[in-house]
Design a protein. Structure first.
Length: 234
């Protein structure tokens, strides 16, 4: 009887491991799809616009130098903004401060990057030592959940105020992102795997599951959204 029980336990443990491995693979695949979509919707279109404005300025150089100068000014402004967008994207993909200084500092840097690019909408409130008991994978997953939630709030929720909080409660750490945007239909977007918002929601669920945590999203069309993730810590 003991042998059968032991055998059964070994089988269960073997089944559990591929599930986590599968989730990790899926996070990788969805992250690449998300990156491709964001490159297409942002920097790639901006570079196309740069080429178009450069062509317009070139055509105007001889017959209307004043108009050409105005186009070159627009070209410079767009080039600078595109550079900021690419730097922001690079930071969200691999934030150096997350590795060197921890989650609290990385979230502050994320807010600074976002506010510089899109306006002062993101405010960070972190309880002292709230990230001290998180392991490296948890810090990485929570950072990306925060980045996706902020992006969704700004891009789809049209939020003008986004509050990001991190706190320690007993044996778990909780990340909360709250915005004053227009909200969205959670059921509809949760089933939309092709859209950027749907991809972001799927990634939040997968990353939370990999941490053994709990994800709660409160939203309604016309109202704001609250994303709350709680993860166990030792």
């Amino acid at each position: 009887m003991k042998k059968k029980t032991a055998l059964k336990r070994r089988k269960i443990s073997k089944v559990a491991k591929p599930s986590k491995h599968k989730d990790n693979e899926l996070v990788g695949k969805l992250s690449l799809r998300q990156l491709a979509r964001r490159l297409h919707d942002g920097p790639i279109q901006a570079v196309a616009a740069l080429a178009m404005q450069a062509d317009i300025a070139n055509r105007l150089l001889k017959r209307d130098p004043t108009a050409a100068a105005a186009e070159l000014t627009k070209l410079e402004e767009l080039a600078r903004r595109t550079t900021r967008e690419l730097r922001h994207l690079q930071f969200t993909l691999r934030p150096q401060s997350l590795e060197s200084a921890g989650l609290a500092v990385a979230l502050g840097d994320l807010a600074a990057h976002d506010n510089e690019l899109y306006g002062d909408a993101v405010n960070i409130e972190i309880e002292q030592g709230a990230d001290a008991r998180l392991n490296d994978p948890q810090k990485e997953y929570l950072f990306h959940i925060a980045a996706d939630a902020i992006s969704n709030a700004r891009k789809y929720g049209l939020a003008t105020k986004i509050e990001v909080g991190l706190r320690q409660l007993s044996n778990e750490t909780t990340l909360e992102i709250r915005d004053n945007g227009i909200g969205f239909d959670l059921k509809k977007e949760g089933n939309n795997n092709d859209g950027d918002l749907g991809l972001g929601l799927d990634l939040m669920k997968l990353r939370t599951r990999l941490m053994g945590g709990r994800l709660k999203i409160e939203t309604q069309t016309g109202l704001g959204t609250v994303v709350r993730v709680s993860v166990p810590v030792k």
